[in-house]
Design a protein around this ligand. Sequence first.
Ligand SMILES: [Zn+2]
Length: 151
Amino acid sequence: MTDQNDFEIVASVFTQFLESNKHRKTPERYTILKEIYKQKDHFDIDTLFAYMNSKNYRVSKATLYNTIELLLESGLVRRHQFGQNQAYFEKSYFDKQHDHLIIEDTGEVIEFCDPRVQLIKKTIEDVFKVSIHKHSLVFYGTKKEPDDKKS
Ligand SMILES: [Zn+2]
């Protein structure tokens, strides 16, 4: 998501959020937002911190944590737990709704989108007369051995 128009859209969403919550609009916060929207994958704070350092941005880890919190609150970033202690993040503004499959032996994260999840959500909303605004679904598995004994 390196497209300039896309960045302008998320930046204006962020500006609205910062202004209406009386947070300061520091250039560091926008730099972090921009770099996060360049990430194609899920990332953790340490990886992002190393990445920012490698690009010579002078951003402290405290600022990073603080900005991630604001981005979570504003809905521009999503947090995932994926079973380990470490939290993973991903940009969420333009992304289609998707869920995750973790391959535990390799740590690989696969994204999938199954429309039946929306159906379940709709059913639960109808049955319990609620409005659901988020969900979390993660499958954990291991790769199956290739079945080479039967050849
Ligand atoms: Zn994802």
